[in-house]
Structure formats: C-alpha cells, structure tokens
Design a protein around this ligand. Structure first.
Ligand code: ADP
Ligand code: MG
Length: 625
C-alpha cells in the first residue's frame, strides 16, 4: 500500500505560516511593510488584546484590483519579483509572497482595498485559506487588512503566546523599527482604543524625538559618513542617555532592521570610557551598501544578516561613531545644550585672553590643582585604568580579584569564582546548625565582617551577603503575603522609558507596588515613582526599576516561575548594606536575629557561604591541646 499523500493546501499553508508568523508582532511587521511597499504615506495600526483578538493595518497606498485582492493570499503570490535576478536589486521590504498566505492560514481575515482609478473597492473575507466571500464596497483609496483571532485554528500556537504586556512590547518594538525606517510616513498605533503613538511625517531626528520623548531632542549626536563601499547615517545618544537596559539600539542595513551583536559591539566600543560598563548607549543607525555585498538569501523574517566582509563594516562603524563623538565633545558649549543661565556666565561667554590666563595661573585655586602634596593631584602617567573601582562597590567594573587588593579598599563582593571551596575554606564551612548565641559579644571587623559566637564556635559573617539573604527571603515572602509598606517621597521621581519598556513596565505595576514601589503613568512613556519601600535605603530607585525591567526581559515572561525570585534577588542586592559600612552593635544584633529566622541561615542565594565558622575542635587542633 502507498502511504504518501499531498497535504491539503490549507494545512501546508498553516505549516509554512509557522515560519513567518510566530506571534502577533511578526504579523505587524509584515503588514506594515506591505503598506510601505504600496507607497502609503499614512499608515495606522490598530490592535486589540495585544493583537490576539485583532490586528488591523490601514494604509492609503496604491490598493489592489479585484483579482489581486483574491490572489494576494496565494502562496508565492507577489508583485515584487519576477526572476531570481531581481533578488539582487530588491528595494522593497517584502519579496517572497508568503506573508499574506500565512496571515490567511492562521487568522480570520477581512481585506478591503481600492485603487485610485476604481470607482468601487472590493472586500474579501478569508478563513483557513479559503475565500468565504468577495463583494464590492465603498472605500477610500488604499488597503485595510484585519486579522482576527490569530491562531484560532492552531490552539497549540495560541497557547504559546505570552502575556499581553509581553506581546505588546514586541508589537511596539516592530512598530518602532518600521516607524524609524520611514520617518517620511505618518504612523499611528492604537491599542484597546487608546492612541499610543501619533507620529507625524518628518525628519529622522523628529521621528526619534516623537518615539523616545522630547528629552532626547538635545541629546542626539548626528552620525554621517560616506565611502564608496558603504555609508552610515543616523543618530547616537550622548553618553548621558546610556541605560542599563539594552533595548534602545536600532541598526538597519539597507533600511531593514537587523540584529547583529558584532556590529552593536562596534558601536558600544566606540563609547568606551565615556559610559560606565554595563550601560548601553542609544542609537539609530542606517548602513547602506551595495545589496550584492549583503547576503539576501537570509530569510527575510530573520533579522540576522551576513556581510561579505564583516571586519571592514565593523571598523567603519566604530570609527564613524568615534568621529561623531569627537566632534560633539570638541564643541561642548554648542552641543551640550547648556542651560541659558550658564551660557551667560562670564567664564563661558567672555574670551579667555592672555591677561586673564596669567591672572588665573597666579591664583591660589590654580596652584592647589598643580601643587605636589595635594591629595587630589593626579600624577601624570599614573595608572587610572581602575579608577572606576573606587566608585563601584560591587567591583563589577574590575576584573582583578578583590582578594589581592587587601586592606581598606576591599569593598568588593566576593567574586563567583572565589566561592569555590578551597581546602582552607572548607575547614571553615559552617555546619548547618551554626547559630549565633543570643547575648554573645558582637563586633565588626574590617568594616565588612560581623564576628560573634555560637555555643562551640566563632562565627564570622559577611555583612553584605548576610543582609542580602535576609532581604531576599523577606521579598520572596512578600509575594505571598502583605505588600511592603511604602514610604511616600516628597519629590516623586520621573522615569522616562522607551515605548517598549514602558509597555512592559505597565504590565508589572501591581507587582512593583507589592514590593513597595508605587509608580504612576505620567505622560507618554514616563512614570512617576511616588515612593519607595519603607525601611529600605537605596541611592537610586530608578536604577532598581531599570534592573527589574532588564530581569523581566531576560526571563521573557512574568508567568515564568523564576520571575518572582529574580525580582527578589535584584531588590535584595540593591537594598542590602554594603561592605565598608560602619554598623552599630544594635544593627548587627538585629541582622543576626533576622538571619536566625531565615529559611537558609548559612548559605547565600547565589550559593556562597554567608559565614565562616571556626569550630572549637579546630582551635584545639591548632593549639595542639
Ligand atoms: P510580498 O510582500 O513578499 O510580495 P505578501 O504576501 O506580503 O508578499 O503580499 C503579496 C502581494 O500583495 C504583494 O506583492 C502586493 O502586491 C500585494 N499587497 C499586499 N499588501 C498590500 C497593501 N497593503 N497594498 C497594496 N498591495 C498589497
Ligand atoms: Mg509582504
């Protein structure tokens, strides 16, 4: 018996659709690009329930004929290429003729379209790749495509979709990418009846400011370099726009958004020394090159790309950015957007004449900077490479192990590697019953360790790790129990985010409130932080929020098991006292009491020991008695 048969076209289409449409955002990309390809100057995107119920794109492009309106849903149906050679000169965003076929395979579609020259438009309804009906209709010139109930016929895929906040973040990202590539086109985005974006046609700079917020207007540096081989243009953010989150980085090649860690690195490395490590600069950059130097055979929905010579591109990008940054820093008074009141100060406004220079050099202020034996005088040629370490109590900017530093600057947390038990460390490994004795003497050693005793041993805790563990367990318990009380701030702090991050934050507002962070929406993509967890000190609550956002992105979904744990860890790390802080005896006793009540009183959540225990038996061995 023969067992091979042909799949019916609707099943084949459903399978093929899996490659093109993974989630609502991928359909958004395809539909927006089709509208751009159709020459539209106005494009509206409407979504309901993060695209799960409805995704609609309305454009004023050239529209389709009655026959094309049916045929566009066929597989490999395209008006954009005819022969393989066309691939090498392709100027449109799409070209494979797969998007609409996929859309029609996995959602209920209503297409309405009309060309300029036609009196009436046409309306097509499609489900499971079958045309249910087609009728003439009244319509303005252009096309509207609605996709309802995405994956209604592929429940496994539908269940796979993430929470609305996460899907909406992906949609916003795709929307931003297309909107950035085509600033000359008007775009709007409505979600559940609310207008999230209204982007008038304009220049790239105007588009960036519309998307990122008006605070960016004075923080952008233009990049513009041309060679025969390739050109680059766009904007980078001044170093002060660098954020802990990696989100706001847009790189386009021949107007197509790409993800390329290698080239992103070229940009970031051009900023070296200007931004702290672990921070990422903002950029929107367009590389243009001969299409034959780029591998066009890469799947168009994938964002990876291959260059014939990646090294040249890397060097070019890096030096273009360096050049732009250098230009901006040699003209600080023009470019820094200094406050008007500062601009008018004599020191800034009046020329620095030779007389004035002499006067200044003779002054005591100048002398104090150049005299030897002054504490703040920096010897020329001294090694400043690790200067950041002094400001970074976590030691993350330094690769040197903290242990060799020794002495008073040893503020660093033990590095992960040093947590590996060495022979000597295992001698001091605490027994699981190690418990400080209530009322025993407590003192602080090296501003880092809390020393006390148990029944039979001396206990030496690391104060930072100890406090982190206490807080971690407290924050973890908070998920199940009462919210952490809020200390209202006198001066609420504004947090400006990218639209995508704002979407994400919106989705976790209740969780943040539970943890003691009341945030309220404040204009477009900004939030006001109204307070912070009572009884906790943190120098920079905005940074805490950014770190939590980064965690959520990393994990991918707030439904994930590890989400709550990650948030508790981040909060614990942020709020714990650091090594190097003087503690009173009361504070130390309080910490010891709290660790005794912890579920895990000997091990840090990262797997490091919280304390070392010098056991009585060790002492008697040491003294050979
Ligand atoms: P591709 O974009 O790769 O050609 P699609 O499946 O996305 O494939 O679209 C198929 C064809 O349908 C396009 O080539 C184009 O001719 C037509 N089309 C799709 N969307 C629009 C639109 N918004 N306006 C006019 N024509 C469109
Ligand atoms: Mg297309």
């Amino acid at each position: 018996m023969n067992i091979i048969h042909h799949l019916p076209p609707n099943i084949a289409n459903q399978i093929a659709a899996g490659e093109v449409i993974q989630r609502p955002a991928s359909a958004v990309k395809e539909l927006l690009e089709n509208a751009v390809d159709a020459g539209a100057t106005e494009i509206q995107l409407v979504v309901v329930d993060a695209g799960k119920s409805l995704l609609q794109v309305i454009d004023n492009g050239r529209g389709m004929s009655e026959v094309d309106a049916r045929n566009c849903f066929g597989r490999h149906a395209t008006s954009k290429i005819k022969a393989i050679d066309d691939l090498f000169h392709i100027r449109t965003m799409g070209f494979r003729g797969e998007a609409l076929a996929s859309v029609a395979a996995v959602s209920q579609v209503l297409l309405r379209t009309k060309r300029e020259e036609d009196e009436l438009g046409t309306e097509v309804e499609i489900e499971n790749s079958h045309v249910l009906r087609q009728d003439p209709c009244q319509s303005s010139t252009g096309t509207s495509i609605s996709m309802k109930n995405l994956f209604f016929n592929v429940p496994a895929r539908r269940n796979f979709l993430k929470a609305d906040a996460v899907e909406m973040k992906h949609i916003t990202e795709e929307f931003m990418r297309v909107a950035l590539s085509f600033p000359q086109v008007y775009f709007s985005l409505h979600s559940n009846g609310k207008e999230l974006f209204h982007l008038d046609a304009g220049t790239l700079k105007q588009r960036i400011v519309q998307l990122m917020g008006s605070s960016y207007a004075s923080k952008l540096v233009q990049v513009n370099e041309k060679t025969d081989y390739l050109t680059i243009n766009g904007f980078i953010g001044k170093p002060e726009t660098a954020k802990k989150t990696r989100g706001d980085q847009f790189l386009f090649v021949n107007n197509r958004f790409i993800r390329n860690p290698y080239l992103n690195h070229a940009v970031v490395s051009a900023f070296e020394e200007m931004i702290p490590s672990g921070c990422f600069p903002f950029f929107v950059l367009f590389l243009d090159m001969d299409p034959s130097q780029v591998d066009v055979n890469v799947h168009p929905t994938k964002q990876e790309i291959k260059f014939t010579d990646e090294k040249i591109v890397y060097a070019f990008v890096r030096s273009a950015i360096r050049h732009a940054l250098a230009q901006f820093s040699v003209a600080p008074s023009m470019d820094f957007g200094l406050d008007a009141s500062i601009q008018q100060l004599d020191a800034v406004a009046k020329p620095f004449t030779a007389d004035k220079q002499q006067e200044a050099i003779a002054g005591s202020l100048y002398k104090s900077f150049v005299d030897r034996h002054q504490a703040h005088r920096i010897e020329t040629g001294s090694n400043l490479r690790n200067w950041k370490d002094f400001f970074d109590p976590t030691g993350s900017s330094s690769t040197s192990g903290s242990s060799e530093v020794g002495g008073s600057f040893n503020f660093a947390e033990p590095a992960m590697q040093s947590a590996q038990p060495t022979t000597s460390a295992s001698v001091y490994k605490p027994s699981s019953s190690a418990q400080p004795l209530p009322g025993a003497i407590v003192f602080q050693q090296n501003l880092t360790y809390i020393v006390t005793s148990s029944d039979h041993s001396v206990l030496i805790y690391h104060q930072q790790l100890l406090h982190q563990q206490v807080l971690f367990e407290k924050f973890k318990a908070t998920w199940e129990g009462k919210a952490i009380p809020v200390q209202q701030s006198m001066f609420p702090q504004a947090i400006q985010l990218s639209p995508a991050d704002a979407q994400l934050l919106q989705g976790i507002l209740p969780d943040l409130l539970q943890m003691g962070y009341p945030l309220e929406p404040f204009g477009s993509n900004a939030f006001l932080l109204q307070g912070s967890p009572a009884d906790h000190v943190s120098e920079n609550d905005a940074a805490v929020i950014e770190m939590i956002l980064e965690d959520v992105k990393d994990i991918g979904s707030t439904l994930h098991r590890s989400y709550k744990e990650r948030m508790a860890k981040t909060l614990a790390r942020k709020h714990a006292i650091k090594a190097g802080k003087t503690l009173t005896v009361e504070e130390m006793r309080d910490l010891l009491e709290r660790i005794s009540c912890c579920e895990n009183p000997v091990m840090h959540f990262d797997g490091k020991p919280l304390l070392v225990e010098v056991k009585g038996s060790f002492l008697s061995d040491a003294f050979q008695v």
